[in-house]
Design a protein around this ligand. Structure first.
Ligand SMILES: Cc1cc2nc3c(=O)[nH]c(=O)nc-3n(C[C@H](O)[C@H](O)[C@H](O)COP(=O)(O)OP(=O)(O)OC[C@H]3O[C@@H](n4cnc5c(N)ncnc54)[C@H](O)[C@@H]3O)c2cc1C
Length: 193
């Protein structure tokens, strides 16, 4: 008999919804564990309806994994109801954890590159506050699109605040950065007064 696949994590990404639908094609049962109480604000209505209407997908809200058990492979997981604190053990041989991502930008703290609270690099017009460049910005002109708060230093892809977290977007931004680097190298560097 096929044991159910279980997926858990932060359901803020289209990718995780895709994963559930993908596993549902081959698994007898997919149990989706969601720590939040519902999908509100984390997934489009269309996707949540698709998942909730999939016959072999069971969605358990307010649920977290609190333990794993097995020998040479996983055999059971312990689930905790986050509302009541009650735990239960369920047979499972597969657990897929979707944990999202975080930008690896600790290095920026030693530079004048400004990041947001989550660590994403801030670029272009997003650096302006009430239309003004930040104090650390030394040039008269405003930062170019994709330019960080250090002139001539650009950010592309997932690490950039506000970027579309998709492969094609990252590649496109990388290509655009080359154009901006050339522009930066050509321009006269006029200091802010
Ligand atoms: C599970 C999952 C599924 C996805 N599915 C899709 C999909 O179907 N379609 C789609 O378009 N996008 C998808 N994405 C998103 C896509 O992978 C990203 O948008 C894309 O990879 C971003 O490219 P990037 O170059 O900005 O960052 P990354 O691909 O993350 O590349 C950054 C690189 O920098 C390296 N690095 C980090 N810190 C340092 C450092 N200090 N020094 C040197 N190197 C460093 C990292 O190791 C990594 O290799 C998915 C992402 C995930 C996690």
């Amino acid at each position: 008999m096929q044991r159910p696949n279980r997926l858990c994590g932060r359901w803020r990404k289209f990718g995780w919804a895709q994963a559930v639908m993908h596993f549902a094609k081959s698994a007898s049962k997919v149990v989706m564990l969601v720590r939040a109480g519902n999908f509100a604000g984390t997934m489009s209505k269309y996707l949540s309806e698709r998942i909730l209407s999939q016959p072999n997908v069971q969605v358990r809200f307010n649920t977290a994994v609190s333990g794993l058990d097995g020998d040479d492979h996983l055999r059971a997981i312990t689930l905790q109801n986050l509302s009541t604190g009650k735990e239960e053990t369920a047979a499972a041989t597969r657990l897929f954890v979707c944990i999202g991502g975080s930008p690896n930008t600790e290095w920026a703290k030693d530079t004048a590159i400004i990041r947001n609270e989550a660590g994403y690099l801030i670029t272009g017009a997003d650096l302006l506050i009430n239309g003004k460049t930040p104090a650390c910005w030394p040039l008269q002109r405003n930062p170019m699109e994709l330019e960080t708060s250090v002139p001539g230093s650009f950010a592309a892809g997932d690490v950039r605040m506000g970027s579309t977290k998709r492969a094609a977007a990252a590649v496109g931004e990388g290509a655009n950065c080359i154009t901006y680097v050339h522009r930066y190298m050509r321009e006269p560097k006029i200091a802010k007064v």
